[in-house]
Ligand binder design. Structure first.
Ligand SMILES: *Cc1c(COP(=O)(O)O)cnc(C)c1O
Length: 404
């Protein structure tokens, strides 16, 4: 696996800051961002970091320093983005099923708003008319895996407004005067085949023809994939960039309209920058397997249990130990298996194990389940580790509890 922080660096961070600890490598985020901007050099593209994957404000500031914009799914993410120094026009707010008051709060902050249902579109248009142009999130009814299908069977996704409702959208535009400056789609995570984006883009170009007077942007969301193991692939952004640039140029030739393309990568930017370092508490051999019980659980990294995700694991404190097969589990009173039958260099009690690809949806999805404390976060920049979030303390568990 691609490892940009050495075992030695990670062990030293674990010794200094304790475990469990999330460690992020700033230069890896930079590298990923540059792969995107280079890949899309021929396109008129803008990248909005989908910050729900990792919201630590120090990471947001680093992403801002690279020149990226920000994609937010809640008003509090918007507020974090503003606090990190993003300008309102650099922020895109793409909520789902939030109430009108939250949309209005975002409007008052001046950020780009992406509306994903007819009800809010109607209310927003009625209240603000043409004064505040918006984007609309469409559901293009695209099946993952390269099959392009418009089918009533997929009309129940809770995200976006169905492309079959374009007439309804047009009616609202006409009667309220609301201006649609962007059309958005986000079909999901980990799209392996770049053609899925291109098929989505074809649908978006069709939809664009309904909003030609006001349209400036097509937002293709995310779905950029990164490798989680040695045989896994990464989205070929260079090839996608060229194809997207060509498709937009063709659209411009046909219609005379030059549009900008927006993307919202989360995982692509921050997954591989992250290492989650834990300590082996107990080695337990049963009749069936050898367990390594670590000082963490799904309260800190839930992806293996929630999505059946694979995270590469390495014993960084005994990297030359002879290889043995282990089942890696957490210390939570719940079945929290990180990995079955994993080959690791011999694990001794006290060794540090590291989960790779822990930057995206790692710390962000953590909780205090079992009254355990959330881990610390450390950012390494110019080879210097810096604590960017203190480990929880016992008082944090009581912070909002009302005690008589
Ligand atoms: C989650 C999300 C993203 C980011 O997805 P990744 O797979 O992390 O790149 C982008 N856009 C929207 C609207 C999202 O909800």
């Amino acid at each position: 696996m691609n490892q940009t922080l050495s075992n030695k660096q990670l062990v030293s961070i674990a010794n200094e800051f304790g475990t469990p600890v999330y460690v992020y490598h700033a230069e890896k985020i930079t590298e990923q961002y540059h792969k995107l901007t280079n890949g899309f050099a021929k396109a008129n593209a803008r990248f909005f970091y989908a910050c729900k994957s990792l919201t630590n404000i120090n990471v947001l500031k680093h992403v801002k320093s690279l020149g990226a914009s920000l994609d937010c799914v809640s008003i509090h993410e918007v507020m974090l983005g503003l606090k990190a120094g993003f300008e309102p026009q650099e922020i895109l707010y793409t909520p789902n099923c939030v109430d009108f008051a939250e949309i209005e709060a975002a409007k008052n902050l001046g950020v780009n708003i992406n509306i994903d249902n007819i009800s809010i579109l109607e209310q927003f248009g009625t209240k603000f008319g043409s004064s505040y142009p918006v984007l609309i999130r469409l559901n293009p009814h695209i099946m993952a895996g390269g099959n392009f299908k418009i089918s009533t069977g997929h009309i129940d996704s809770k995200f976006g407004i169905s492309i079959h409702q374009v007439r309804h959208i047009e009616r609202i535009v006409k009667s309220t005067g609301i201006k649609v400056f962007g059309l958005h789609m986000h079909t999901g995570s980990e799209i392996k085949d770049v053609n899925v984006f291109l098929q989505g883009l074809e649908v978006m170009f069709e939809m664009a023809r309904h909003f030609m007077d006001t349209l400036e942007v097509i937002d293709l969301g995310s779905g950029f994939k990164v490798p989680y193991n040695d045989t896994d692939i990464e989205t070929d952004v260079a090839s996608l960039g060229d194809k997207v640039a060509a498709a937009f140029a063709e659209f411009e030739k046909e219609t005379g309209k030059s549009l900008q393309v927006w993307f919202e990568p989360g995982k692509y930017l921050v997954s591989e920058c992250g290492y989650f370092v834990v300590k082996a508490n107990v080695i337990k051999t049963t009749t069936a397997t050898t367990f390594v019980g670590v000082n963490s659980g799904f309260n800190h990294l839930i992806r293996p249990m929630f999505y059946d995700s694979y995270h590469f694991i390495k014993n960084i404190s005994n990297p030359k130990g002879s290889e043995r097969i282990y089942t890696v589990v957490g210390n939570i009173c719940e079945t929290d298996t990180f990995a079955w039958d994993r080959t690791l260099n011999e694990v001794r009690e006290g060794d540090y194990l590291t989960f790779f690809n822990a930057g995206a949806y790692g710390f962000e999805m953590s909780s205090n389940f079992n009254s355990r404390l959330k881990p610390a976060e450390v950012l390494v920049k110019d080879d210097a580790p810096k604590l960017i979030r203190k480990r929880d303390e016992f008082d944090d568990l009581l912070r909002n509890q009302v005690i008589d």
